[in-house]
Design a protein around this ligand. Structure first.
Ligand SMILES: Cc1cc2nc3c(=O)[nH]c(=O)nc-3n(C[C@H](O)[C@H](O)[C@H](O)COP(=O)(O)OP(=O)(O)OC[C@H]3O[C@@H](n4cnc5c(N)ncnc54)[C@H](O)[C@@H]3O)c2cc1C
Length: 244
């Protein structure tokens, strides 16, 4: 975990997604006991669409390199900053470095944005379904929806083990229905996401129908997409991002 020194060699001057850029950590915000948000200054960032991700590179003093994909949590705002939200994976090389070593002022390298398929420009009704850190790209969509004052319908179902493990809990609003799998506040049922959670939304779809965005582990993505199809969502209007 401590293998990575702050990379000194920095790439880039261009804004293209194919170019590595230096990102300087400016702020760390705790979200839950094992999840934190890392705000990065990326002056040459070309912008992104909500739902896109980037490739992040850490380089150790001995030249060893680790690269991981991370969704962009922040809405596109032209500020030259982006935010990533990382779950601390046990013994994880990159997430472990961020959670235990990284400090404001440290630099990493990023390349992106990547993947247009999971992007939501805000042009169609969106039904967001996530679990755990799968909520990260969906939060970018919600933030974009709010920042732009969009009228297009947006709803989110998010699964978390408990209220304490619900990422962005204080930011979630009426668009979000949390589903708790291990423990819940008094009066709130405990259990897995089921068709009962989706059926009311799919029974009366908005004009144009929902575009469903599913994000989480392989297992969750499989489970949620089956539920969507069972509840009547057309398969060709389901987009899936797997973190597994
Ligand atoms: C498109 C995409 C977007 C992603 N966005 C995010 C994001 O926004 N936030 C985020 O936290 N992660 C995200 N991930 C996952 C991320 O890329 C890494 O896999 C994760 O941070 C673990 O990397 P690591 O170096 O810490 O762990 P590693 O050193 O790679 O793995 C350590 C151990 O943990 C296991 N492991 C690896 N990944 C996971 C996992 N996700 N859950 C459980 N066990 C695991 C490995 O099998 C291994 O045993 C995303 C993945 C993809 C493909």
């Amino acid at each position: 975990m401590t293998r990575f020194a702050v990379p000194g060699r920095i790439a880039v001057s261009e804004q293209a997604a194919s170019v590595w850029q230096t990102a300087t950590l400016t702020e760390i915000r705790r979200e839950t006991p094992r999840v934190a948000t890392f705000r990065l200054a990326v002056p040459e960032w070309a912008g992104h669409l909500p739902g896109q991700h980037l490739l992040l590179r850490l380089t150790a003093a001995d030249g060893y390199v680790a690269q991981r994909h991370y969704s962009i949590a922040s809405a596109p705002d032209g500020s030259g900053h982006i935010e990533l939200t990382l779950d601390r994976v046990p013994d994880g090389e990159v997430s472990g470095w961020f959670h235990t070593v990284a400090r404001p002022g440290d630099t990493v390298e990023v390349r992106g944005p990547l993947s247009g398929f999971f992007a939501w420009p805000g042009d169609r009704p969106a039904l967001l379904i996530g679990a755990g850190s799968g909520v990260v790209p969906l939060m970018s969509m919600i933030r974009h929806h709010r920042a732009r004052g969009l009228a297009v319908p947006l709803r989110m179902l998010v699964s978390a083990r408990s209220p304490a493990e619900l990422i962005y809990a204080s930011e979630l609003g009426a668009e979000t229905t949390p589903v708790f799998t291990r423990s819940a506040p008094p009066g709130v049922p405990v259990g897995r996401m089921t068709t009962a959670h989706m059926a009311p939304l799919l029974a009366e779809p908005p004009v144009g129908g929902w575009e469903a965005y599913v994000c989480g582990s392989n297992g969750f993505a499989e489970h949620a997409s089956r539920l969507l199809v069972a509840a009547g969502q057309p398969v060709d209007h389901i987009r899936i991002e797997r973190f597994g």
